[in-house]
Design a protein around this ligand. Sequence first.
Ligand SMILES: Cc1ncc(COP(=O)(O)OP(=O)(O)O)c(N)n1
Ligand SMILES: Cc1ncsc1CCOP(=O)(O)O
Ligand SMILES: [Mg+2]
Length: 219
Amino acid sequence: MELYLVTDEAACLGRDFFWVVEEAVKGGVTMVQLREKALSANAFIDKAKRLKELLAPYKVPLIINDSVEVALACDADGIHVGQSDMPFHELKNRFPAGRIIGISAETRENVQEAEAWNISYLALSPLFATPSKMDTGNPWGMNGISWAKRNSRHPLLVIGGLSRHNTREAILNGADGIAVISAICSSPSPYEAAKELGSIIAASKSGIHLPPQMEFPNK
Ligand SMILES: Cc1ncc(COP(=O)(O)OP(=O)(O)O)c(N)n1
Ligand SMILES: Cc1ncsc1CCOP(=O)(O)O
Ligand SMILES: [Mg+2]
């Protein structure tokens, strides 16, 4: 989940959706979430099945946003739910054990509540305000990552406004991975964008010599 692509057809700017995703995967994306807000259930399932076939040879897991029905119908590797979606206690009974379950945390209370759950990752949402999703709560900011790192046992993702300019700082503050829409889907080259973000993540992880507080004294 280090470099996690959340898809958005509109963010692909008229280019073929499957081409954008495949370029991103070739560039190094490690997980893909199909996020569809306007499709019928059948159309969502058809798109998910096609995407699963595309991803299989690359061994990149497919995550379905919001819908357990779609996730089951396409035999997805995992599901992502937010605070207004199916609650974890219900999801864990509906979704086969061993698959990926990701949850968004919008507040410190959400992070604390998730401590009791067996989930695959927690996504701090949003890290920064973003035009890609307007109905969000208050942004976590970089300080929020270090707080969550100290208070959560789960792998931590950050989402919202991530780009080549702030990925290093997010990782140095404690994020295990980043999730993006526009930085990849809307890039002139989704391949190059993914490659660059992946390199920044790898370099930030291998090059940590100072604790984040020392690198960023104001955080
Ligand atoms: C990886 C990841 N993190 C957060 C979200 C947001 O989920 P949610 O709050 O349920 O909002 P919608 O995406 O459903 O609009 C996400 N999708 N993926
Ligand atoms: C789906 C989602 N959840 C929180 S912010 C967001 C959108 C992220 O998009 P971008 O990477 O373009 O800021
Ligand atoms: Mg949701």
